[in-house]
Design a protein around this ligand. Structure first.
Ligand code: NAD
Ligand code: LMR
Length: 322
């Protein structure tokens, strides 16, 4: 059987980490693409030279021409610019929208059958624009944010309860911005919902509120510490989980920025919701029951995302007709 081909569009901090993880997990051959000459080639060669030590056979190559991604099964897009301290993700919209137009053209020409995972920020607006620029089916263009935000939520909860991260399930709905909605009611420790854990005296409502806020601020916390860019280890691990579910038809249920066509009362917008990812791409959008308060927070988050997509159509009016 032929090996999977995984193209990484953008070979910066996340792109390099992705390439390394794909090698270590032996998920397939990797093509690193970037506009910066030498960076994808150098990272590819460096990681390839670790393969005899770690015992993997992935072939890694670096390119500056989209032709190199031809026939990719999966493309993970991190091309663009990350934020620095004092910036919001939304400040990246203008610059990264131009990058999405170039990437979309490259995907359309060379990898129209790929499963595409967009990571570039501001995430929900960029994946929306990338789908339109590329013309690929909405089932095959998805955004990574919910897996990361949920992983942060799970990690903070596991720390609070002093239990294994493995036994904490949690997820975050909505856009990947300040208005994201960590779902307390649907989060558990070994199946015990968080509100029950409050009743059992494991934690307090105030402490949970602090954890929710720390989750919302999770990206900014790392940006404030790193100062030169944003998180990359956890984002890369999150995208790998999505790629693996597609490549191995695992049908994992993961929160992702998915195209909504009426679910949750939303049409034509990408926003974070639980989906099933399998060989068919996004095979199902799962509509969970929301309380009035949860629905209000979700609607508020959707409105924030729609504000950004409107801003995109002002910068690139041709997006409106796509
Ligand atoms: N969705 C999420 O949860 C999430 C998490 C972390 C980071 N991000 C976003 O991911 C993006 C990448 O982050 P990073 O830390 O890897 O940044 P980085 O600066 O390390 O890497 C970005 C790479 O993109 C390349 N690039 C720039 N313009 C390009 C173009 N037109 N075509 C191809 N390549 C181009 C750059 O040369 C650079 O190598 C940022 O926008 C960041 O905000 C999103
Ligand atoms: O916060 C950022 O700018 C990067 C990313 O969206 C994150 O959540 O880590």
């Amino acid at each position: 059987m032929a090996r999977n081909k995984i193209a990484l569009i953008g070979s910066g901090m996340i792109g390099g980490t992705l390439a390394h993880m794909i090698g270590l997990k032996d998920l397939g051959d990797v093509v690193l693409f970037d506009i910066a000459e030498g960076i994808p080639q150098g990272k590819g060669l460096d990681i390839a030279q670790s393969s005899p030590v770690d015992g993997f056979d992935s072939r890694l190559t670096g390119v500056n021409d989209y032709a190199g991604i031809e026939g990719a099964d999966v493309c993970i897009v991190t091309a663009g610019v990350p934020r620095k301290p004092g910036m919001s993700r939304d400040d990246l919209l203008g610059i990264n929208l131009k990058v999405m137009e170039q990437v979309g053209a490259g995907l359309k020409k060379y990898a129209p059958k790929a499963f595409v995972i967009c990571i570039t920020n501001p995430l929900d607006a960029m994946v929306w624009a990338l789908q339109k620029f590329s013309g690929l089916p909405t089932s095959h263009v998805v955004g990574m944010a919910g897996v990361l935000d949920s992983a942060r939520f799970r990690y903070f909860l596991a720390e609070e309860f002093k239990v294994s991260v493995e036994d904490v399930t949690a997820f975050v709905l909505g856009g990947h911005g300040d208005s994201m909605v960590p779902m307390i009611r649907y989060s558990t420790v070994a199946g015990i919902p968080l509100p029950d854990l409050v009743k059992m005296g494991w934690t307090s409502k105030e402490k949970l509120d602090q954890i929710v806020q720390r989750t919302r601020d999770g990206g900014a916390e790392i940006v404030g510490l790193l100062k030169t860019g944003s998180a990359y280890y956890a984002p890369a691990a999150s995208a790998i989980a999505m790629a693996e579910s597609y490549l191995k038809d695992k049908k994992r249920v993961l929160p992702c920025a998915a195209h909504l066509s009426g679910q949750y009362g939303v049409k034509g917008t990408y926003v974070g919701v639980p989906v099933v990812i399998g060989a068919g791409g996004v095979e199902r959008v799962i509509e969970i029951d929301l309380s009035k308060a949860e629905q209000k927070m979700f609607d508020n988050s959707v409105a924030a995302v729609q504000g950004l997509t409107e801003a995109c159509t002002k910068i690139a009016p041709h997006l409106a007709g796509k």
